[in-house]
Design a binder for this molecule. Structure first.
Ligand SMILES: [Zn+2]
Length: 332
């Protein structure tokens, strides 16, 4: 199984400043994971910049202009958590373009699964707002390109935070099934069970707001009992994963209970929901560097059909009642 990795030196040029958890060193943790997996830097897929047309499928022109202008001016704050440096616009355009390049490469048969090791992350970026460390919504830009080409897309967001931006962008879209497992209550405060989509997109948003301490068995139950049947009904052609690794129990910003091995099981189960060669994973959060490295190793090994688990899968935590409630809401 050929794994494509999208990396770009520009991703290190987005620097939110000293002490910020979404720091450049996160890329080194990912590169360490690639080293453990024996991925040769020569195998990497070079991203391109998303064009203005590609960005404005999901964002207002005003947001694109504002991010560009602030970076050109040397950087600054867009909200208390979200800081731009001079290189941030180019980094963000290429982070969004990485997914587009990955989709094109998979469609052309150049590989079977792709991982976009991008910064800045994207899932909090809404149509009109950069927030929560995110500038442009990388997953949404790729999903919108696919739906524009007539595809149906399953987006699974296992980052510990709810992907409010992705949900907003596709809330009324019948061609994108958005699924999020996240800690609740937690930033940004959205992602309740009752948020299920609207209009023609009614039923195409599925949230699992999980209590702190939830373990891997709860995530697997969510996939097996709810997401898999929903996908069978929805028949997605592509799977895009918002792969944040901050649901790891060591993460300093969150309280969920996963370990690296859980990401292996999740990855294997999710890949079965779409045709072979149609999955792209995107890095979102993940702020403990060792946990990030180990979780990326487990995820990418599983993506190519190998089993490498720096840590065992977890079970026994709370949250099964959320899966039961989601099942009743979406499937009965
Ligand atoms: Zn997160």
């Amino acid at each position: 199984v050929v794994l494509l990795i999208a990396v770009d030196p520009a991703f290190a040029d987005h620097d939110p400043g000293p002490g910020h958890p979404e720091r450049v060193a996160r890329l080194r943790a990912v590169h360490d994971a690639l080293g453990v997996l024996g991925v040769d830097p020569g195998d990497v897929l070079e991203p391109r910049s998303a064009t203005r047309e590609e960005l404005t499928r999901v964002h207002s022109a005003a947001l694109v202009d504002a991010v560009e202008a602030l970076a050109r001016a040397g950087g600054g704050l867009v909200d208390p958590d979200t800081v731009l440096s001079a290189g941030s616009f180019e980094a963000a355009r290429r982070a969004a373009g990485a997914g587009l390049a990955a989709v094109d490469a998979l469609a052309a048969g150049r590989g079977e699964v792709a991982f976009c090791a991008v910064r800045p992350p994207g899932h909090h970026a809404t149509p009109s707002r950069a927030m929560g460390f995110c500038l442009f919504n990388n997953v949404a830009v790729a999903a919108a390109a696919l739906t524009a080409a007539g595809e149906r897309v399953l987006v699974v967001d296992w980052d510990a935070h709810h992907g409010n931006g992705t949900q907003d962008i596709f809330y009324a879209d019948p061609d994108v099934l958005y699924v999020s497992m996240h800690e609740w209550p937690l930033y940004p405060g959205t992602g309740a069970l009752a948020e299920t989509g609207t209009g023609r997109g009614a039923g195409t948003t599925c949230n699992f707001p999980l209590p702190a301490g939830a373990t891997g068995d709860v995530y697997l139950a969510a996939v097996d009992e709810v997401v898999a049947p929903l996908a069978e009904r929805f028949r997605p052609g592509w799977l895009l994963v918002s792969a944040g690794f901050d649901a790891h129990r060591a993460d300093p910003l969150t309280g969920l209970g996963l370990a690296a091995g859980d990401y292996a099981d999740l990855t294997r189960r999710l890949l079965e929901l779409v045709p072979a060669g149609r999955t792209v994973l995107f890095l979102e959060g993940g702020y403990d560097l060792d946990a990030l490295r180990d979780s990326v190793v487990a995820t990418l090994a599983a993506a190519v059909g190998e089993d490498r688990r720096p840590e065992r899968a977890t079970s026994g935590g709370p949250g099964h009642h959320v899966v039961t409630a989601a099942k009743e809401l979406h499937l009965l």
